[in-house]
Design a protein around this ligand. Structure first.
Ligand code: PLP
Length: 415
């Protein structure tokens, strides 16, 4: 549990605010984030990188709420985006387009145009046809597109197969063996300017060794490029540092950065990192209220008002989230299944948890700040949750709960 979550007289607080008060005021399900925790995680990167030319680009997809982007923008962050929509969010939140890197395997011509117009720092190009399209789009606008190639270093990130991205069989990046030839092609295209190199090997990594292995392979390429007269301004090592959900022991941000710097061994190129989960994951919780206790023949079901549409990670990856009471009680504990109201057997938030549940209890699903709200859907015509940010003793509603009428406002009856 992030240290900004703590119990006081049996009530769970985030910073100086009791979570049951937030639930009372804004309803449930409700995401709550700590501004202080966000800031501390970001500052840990800045501190560890203070002696090195660098840019920390927050991976917007982890949690794209404008208030969260704004907190990072004010701290000087750049942003890693994967769509034109994320670019628009960054700009709306006061982010600096000149600090934006654009990743993703399927950039459309329209997204490229918008990013060129905004003046982003770099396109992380993931294939040969994308390189050709970018050259064409830039030419049609009379602009020069800044590019990196995202290379696939073929290292095993030892994480869940759905969030491993740096293996040969993954759809991401340019094959390591093809990278040199593609850089030569990029050099010869008139509307491109080669700015750097990029890799991102996966998410929720809990060891530094795969990162160090990736750095080694990237540096071999950087040297080979230099030998051909292709000098790079930056090396982008992506994101992927894991957090503790259960009993994982990921390296601290400072140790992770130290391992990267040691593998980089004093290179002069600017270092770009794209952390997502580690900046927001443990800064947030999902509050949910118990609707029913249902004692089945084999299991006790605790049916709560949050579901897989609010937090998809358990259903999608069988991910573990610690679930704790927002108000403690003295009732005996029982083993229970924490499930939502959605009509899917896969709709669960936790299996076989030991909890003492009173009627109407308020629960906090921890480590829900990353890939929680950003993956939420309207399945079962469920409005998406409200989002709240705590800043010491202040409480800000940063996203209103959706209304049911919002959900079908763009739909039409046959005329
Ligand atoms: C998702 C993603 C990230 C962030 O990953 P985390 O595991 O959340 O740190 C960074 N870069 C790229 C290209 C990504 O797709």
């Amino acid at each position: 549990m992030n240290p900004h979550f703590h119990y006081r007289d049996g009530r769970l607080f985030l910073e100086q605010v009791a979570l049951d008060e937030i639930a009372g005021r804004f309803g449930t399900p409700c995401y709550v984030y700590s501004r202080t925790a966000l800031t501390e995680a970001y500052q840990a990167f800045e501190q560890a990188l203070s002696g090195t030319p660098h840019l920390v680009c927050y991976a917007v997809k982890a949690n794209p709420n404008l208030a969260i982007l704004n907190v990072f923008a004010k701290l000087g962050a750049g942003f890693d985006i994967v769509s034109g929509g994320e670019l628009q969010r960054v700009l709306a939140a006061g982010g600096d387009a000149g600090k934006v890197v654009f990743s993703g395997v399927g950039k459309t011509a329209d997204e490229m145009r918008r990013a060129l117009d905004a003046g982003i720092l770099c396109f992380n190009v993931e294939s040969a046809p994308e390189l050709l399209r970018l050259n064409e789009v830039a030419g049609s606008l009379g602009k020069i597109a800044p590019v990196s190639l995202r290379v696939n270093p073929d290292v095993d990130a030892k994480t869940h197969p759905y969030i491993s991205t740096g293996l040969k069989q993954n759809k991401f990046g340019v094959a390591y063996e093809d990278a040199l030839a593609l850089y030569r092609q990029a050099r010869d295209l008139p509307h491109l300017h080669i700015r750097g190199i990029d890799c991102h090997i996966g998410s929720q990594l809990t060891e530094v060794s795969p990162f160090a292995a990736a750095v080694g392979k990237v540096l071999q390429l950087v040297d080979a490029l230099a030998a051909e007269g292709i000098a790079l301004e930056h090396i982008d090592l992506g994101g992927g540092l894991g957090i503790c959900y259960d009993d994982e022991t990921p390296p601290a941000i400072a140790d992770y950065v130290a391992a990267l710097l040691s593998a980089l061994n004093g290179r002069a190129e600017k270092l770009i990192l794209e952390p997502g989960r580690v900046l927001v994951g443990n800064a947030g919780t999902l509050l949910t209220r118990v609707e029913y206790l249902k004692h089945g023949e084999e299991k006790n079901f605790v049916i709560v008002d949050a579901a897989m549409n609010d937090l998809m990670r358990p259903a999608l990856y069988d991910a573990y989230h610690n679930i704790v009471p927002a108000t403690q009680n003295d009732l005996p504990k029982m083993t229970c299944e924490i499930v939502g109201p959605v009509c899917e057997t896969g709709d669960f938030l936790g299996h076989a948890r030991e909890l003492s549940i009173e009627p109407n209890a308020l629960l906090a699903v921890l480590s829900a700040g990353a890939y929680g709200m950003s993956m939420a859907s309207n399945y079962n015509t469920r409005p998406r949750a409200a989002e709240v940010m705590v800043d010491v003793d202040r409480v800000h509603l940063i996203r209103e709960r959706e209304k049911i009428s919002d959900l079908f406002s763009g739909e039409h009856l046959l005329s």
